[in-house]
Ligand binder design. Sequence first.
Ligand code: BGC
Length: 750
Amino acid sequence: MKRSHIFLMSSMLVSLPSPAFSAEPVWKDTSRPAAERAKALVQAMTPAEKLQLVVSHYAVDNGPGKSSVPKGAVGGAGYVPGIDRLGIPAQQITDAGLGITNPNNVRPGDGATALPSGQILSGTFEPDLAYQAGQVLGREAFHRGFNVLLGGGGAVLVRDPRNGRNFEYLGEDSLLAGNIAAAQIQGVQSQHVIATAKQFAFGAIETNRMKVDMRIGEKEGRESDLLAFEIAVKQGNPGAIMCAYNKVNGDYSCENSYLLQLPKRNWGYRGYVLTDWGATHSTVKSANAGLDQESGASFDQKIYFGKDLKEAIAKGEVSKGRLDNMVYRIVYSLIDVGAYDHPAYKSDQAENVAADEAISQKIAENGIVLLKNHHNILPLSSQIKSIAIIGGKADQGVLSGGGSSQVTARGGNIVDHTRMQQWPGPVSYFPSSPMKAIQALVPNAKVNFAAGNDIQQAVDLAKHSDVAIVFATKWSAEGFDSANLQLSAEQNQLIEAVAKTGKPVVVVLETGNPVEMPWLHDVDGVLAAWYPGTSGGPAIANILFGQVNPSGRLTTTWPKALSQVPYPYIEGAGKIVNADVLAVKQYSSDNQAVSSVNLNEDGANVGYRWYEQKRLTPLYPFGYGLSYTTFKYKKLILEKDFDKDRHTMIANVTVENTGNRDGADVIQIYGKIPGETTSRLLGFRKVYLKAGETQTVPVTLFSVSLAHYVPVKHSWEIISGNYEISARSDSLSHDALKTNIHLDQIDVQD
Ligand code: BGC
């Protein structure tokens, strides 16, 4: 009896699984929180395995003695071997925010979708489109076997219109950039791919970026670039943050404890911090400041997080707990986004290219900005008989920005062999021809092309056409700033000469930044198409012919001239860093130009706020963009829902489409904090209205943008007083509706 009882007990133990006897380790149990699983994984790791996870290796073949693709790597910006016995997948790391890149053709012939540049994405003012952009990035990364994307969350604020990387960023406003980045991060991570918020922080210029020291006060920093990151991190929850090349207040970003601790201590950030490629400068200082992973270690002077880290731990200079925490954060992110449970692998299924390209095109169509439309020259009539297309290789494609974000289009890019071929080049165009797309829209029209290098030929073509569309381009790339805001002299002369024919002239700009337009008054229309991505051709054509009513807005103020910007002179701007280094990115010593930048010049008053503070009138303000219809703001009513924990304010704006075309408007709500001299964007919403339609649209205002940062309290605060709130169609619009509201003092949680 007793024996059988015992038998029964033991058989019950076998048949009724309990956690203690479960065959499945904690980290495999998908019902448990990521934190618990990650902690168990770290406990199960050997010291060598832990060290293996904190360094990534460049995975691009650059020839003997340079770099090669490690065994097991898909081939891209980075690779960290996995730990099979624990089910930890290799980290297969790729660039980046505008599409999946293929540096040095490491994956032979592998093209991908290029999204439009950051100005366009932010210029849509539509977080939902940013989410879809993120899905494209995540989907195409996963399809190729990548599980870490070095992008999806570019939140550096545009402070200078010469910055070579502005085409990767999301404009000059923290609220807009933060919200767009957050939505994009979520889109990427919905595909089980880690997104990276980058570059943390203050990369306002590229010149001497490996050494330049960005100096900024705490309040100014928290209310500007760091606010964009705070929103991106809190709302987007990225798996990774990439620290930047530049120094911030004396310390390199990647060993700057103020910077690296801020997200972890103050924003509830649970992911890891990885470095930019070549941005690690130390072992002990970086590890103790909060760096979690050294990237592309061959770019650094030596491998800091390899044997040196092991020794530092043995000597007690870095605690074992710190290494555990680095590893914990990495595996936490892998689990949290689903990369652990759904490992990426190279798929042999066909991609849904059409769907991804349709999203790229939709973003371009919603974010390209119509700057000028004299006498409603646009949209062009489909009855038009003859069109002169001039310049910009518009017969072949659209320009792309250069550097690590350079995507290779499916079928390959069109390379301009007359220009720089080395990193950050080659100067490349995506094979999406605006001219072909135009011809497809007006099959009966004569559409002819003049390359633009022979001005007389272009003028003759324009004279024999009903309209001339001139494409003007300016290439921007990572690694250098432009020396000025000018198009090439040849392009300006070309546009001026074509304008003199007296024919209607529309200029389409494909640039990475605003440019001066000495011919502005002589042309009829100007479209800022930025770098519109792999479906840029049809997007431009659809806007020119009114298949799409433009609704993009400027997210960077367009200055009249450089004399208006906070840093009119950048020593060394225009010099291309390491242009002599073929194929391998090498970042050792740049030029000896600018060594520090005092960002307190504009401080928190970035972009349009700088112009307001200095009473400068730009050429076109932040938020500006024309439509083929007109909108009128009729009523603004504020609703306040403030209590101890909740500080929500809604601006209800009644807006009417007063024109005769359907179209979309971007309602922008600005406010002035008592005692401050400049307004800020408090909320925005894009609304689609049929011709003649009126709607009352609720626009949520973000409490953090009503607050200011108080360094001594280490927190945000809404101060008591009268707030002037206005609804505008751009940051300077004269048709603003205004109202005032009184708010009591309130602390907003950091
Ligand atoms: C860029 C990063 C990029 C990395 C890897 C660096 O040059 O600054 O944005 O992710 O290279 O290619």
